[in-house]
Design a protein around this ligand. Structure first.
Ligand code: AMP
Ligand code: MG
Length: 486
């Protein structure tokens, strides 16, 4: 048998300017609250070991054999303002493992205590936001969206002070890497081209291995990031997901969704929906996400200019090319996805696309529930009487009639199409009112049962689960805001 956690660390070997070493810091009374066993197995980590030693190791109270705990350096544009030094202020990278599929994965602790990057912060996390990130990231994974994963929650037995006194906790987060747009910005802002090149080469080895020996490898890295981001944002848009804080330090070059703070899924369809209380200008509104991702990508491309070519015009051409690639790829992925959601193919006359746009327009006008409307549509095709009440709204009737007229022209059987649509349109998403409800039970009453029940329903989001119906119900459409004290 190998090591209990088979660490194989590479980021810690990068030059000193990339990170700061972090010593263990004992937390008062660490206790393992939640463990993701299937994920531990996928990572090749001994679950027995985690059950007995996990609380100590995964709160950085004790040093795990083979770990190299470091806080990573990065910069970032926060709400458009550049901050040259952010870094892991309340997180540390324990190390990496190569998983059962041969993929290198980061093991990160979030909320494990201060680091040299903490600035005024305490380096800690409260249990509520940790439960939230665990639930939403695992739900995103089950929905098929690239995302960081959650391995464990350890309660610290300590209090964290936000607006009030709250119980503290540490999240163990698993990621394809923690390299962000902001990591490149950190070195670019310091004018450290050697470090920039080292970071780019490291990123290529990890995320664009087919380009390692290519003469145009930096262009291929940038194009690869553009493609992954375009596909990711298309998935968000098609599921009604609003990230909430798309700062460049929260944009991973792996193409995984990262940093679940004030995120939310749309209830009533309104493209201008904003969920973060600090986003006063609506910069990170639902409908702005593709443009913001492209803006972030432009910041990355700027950093890479000196690597792309010694010829300035040539470098600019490659950078602009990546931005165009992003736009084309996003548009294609979004368009194909939206058509799949309504069970129609991409036709030459654009009639189906026009119909899809018209549905969204009416949903916006009538404030229809985003998730439930699409889910009901799948049933509405199979049989009229299965159609949920949401789809029976008078404003949608003539749209439904036109849609039903088009369906027989599509290939395949009615049943097959309905099943395909159900695979595109989830019944279960982490609706905010429900997320808050299970967090309150855990934090106020120490009752994790509702959290576990909701988590179980969310792990099969595309299946009908009559016994879990309450978790699918939209609930009263309350205006929802989350605060950034995560
Ligand atoms: P985030 O909002 O998680 O994307 O964090 C933005 C920046 O603020 C990062 O550099 C974090 O490390 C830092 N930060 C957030 N919360 C804390 C905290 N409680 N203590 C120290 N640093 C923090
Ligand atoms: Mg962040």
């Amino acid at each position: 048998m190998g090591a209990l956690i088979p660490f194989d660390n590479t980021y810690a070997r990068l030059p000193a300017s990339f990170h700061m070493a972090i010593a263990p810091q004992r937390r008062a009374a660490p206790k393992l609250l939640q463990l993701n066993r299937p994920l531990a197995e996928e990572l090749g980590i001994d679950t027995e070991f985690l059950t007995s030693e996990g609380a100590e190791i995964l709160s950085n109270s004790a040093r795990a054999e083979g770990a190299d705990p470091i806080a990573l350096a990065y910069a970032g544009h926060q709400f458009g303002q550049f901050v040259p030094r952010l870094g892991d202020g309340r997180a540390l990278l324990l190390g990496e493992v190569v998983d059962r599929n041969g993929q290198r994965r980061d093991i990160q602790l979030k909320g494990s205590g201060p680091t040299p990057f903490s600035r005024q912060g305490d380096g800690l996390a409260a249990l509520g936001p940790v439960l939230r990130e665990y639930l939403v990231s695992e739900a995103m994974h089950a929905l098929g969206v690239p995302t960081t994963r959650s391995l464990a929650i350890v309660s610290t037995g300590e209090s964290v002070y936000r607006e009030t006194e709250l119980p503290g906790a540490v999240l163990t987060r698993i990621a394809a890497s923690h390299i962000r747009v902001g990591t490149f910005q950190y070195f670019a802002a310091r004018g450290d081209e050697a470090a920039l090149r080292e970071l780019a080469d490291y990123s290529i080895a990890r995320h664009q291995p087919d380009a390692v020996d290519a003469p145009d490898r930096y262009r291929r890295l940038l194009d690869g990031i553009a493609i992954r981001q375009a596909d990711l944002i298309a998935r968000w848009m098609l599921l009604g997901f609003v990230h909430g804080v798309m700062n460049t330090d929260n944009m991973a070059i792996s193409g995984e969704t990262i940093d679940y703070g004030p995120c939310a899924f749309l209830d009533a369809y309104d493209p201008s929906s904003v969920f973060s209380s600090i986003d006063r200008g609506g910069r990170y509104a639902y409908a702005n996400q593709p443009a913001i991702a492209q803006w972030n990508l432009a910041r990355l491309a700027e950093c890479l200019l000196p690597l792309l070519s010694t010829d300035e015009a040539e470098a600019m051409g490659q950078a602009t090319g990546a931005l165009t690639l992003f736009a084309e790829r996003f548009n294609a992925a979004y368009r194909a996805g939206l058509l799949r959601k309504i069970g129609l193919s991409d036709d030459a006359e654009e009639a189906n696309w026009t119909l899809a746009q018209e549905l969204l327009r009416r949903m916006g006008e009538t404030k229809a529930d985003f998730t439930a409307t699409f889910r009901n549509l799948a049933s509405a095709e199979a049989s009229d009487d299965q159609a949920g009440t949401l789809i029976q709204r008078p404003e949608l009737q003539d749209w439904l009639a036109t849609w039903r007229e088009r369906l027989p022209h599509e290939p395949g059987s009615v049943e097959g199409r309905a099943a395909d649509m159900r695979r595109e349109n989830p019944a279960f998403i982490p609706r905010n009112q429900r997320v808050e409800e299970v967090i309150r039970a855990a934090v106020d009453d120490g009752d994790l049962e509702p959290f576990r029940a909701f988590h179980a329903a969310l792990s099969r989001p595309y299946d009908d689960q009559p016994e879990a119906q309450r978790w699918a119900d939209p609930g009263p459409a309350a205006p929802y805001r989350t605060f950034c004290g995560t």
